[in-house]
Write a protein that binds this ligand. Sequence first.
Ligand SMILES: [Zn+2]
Length: 96
Amino acid sequence: MLCCQRCLGGVKFPLAIRSRLQLMAPGEDWPDDDLEDDSVDAITAEADLMVQSLVEDEVLLALPIAPRHEECESPLASASGHGASPFAALADLKKH
Ligand SMILES: [Zn+2]
């Protein structure tokens, strides 16, 4: 669940990531095609490699920078639409 940048409501964002990392020994020559092949990222394998922070980085990269609803459903957003003005309701009361 992300926060809509327009109405601050919750936006459901289904996240599914598939990443392939190529572990390289420290000092080992990195593959030349690393820059061309986007399906694999080469990383240096260290004894204390933090898998949790690797996963965290991948998730953060996959999230939209400014999440928002395609159409916001907040009361504020719909009040500005046609026919929902509070003044229209007042005018209706005056008639009776
Ligand atoms: Zn919204």
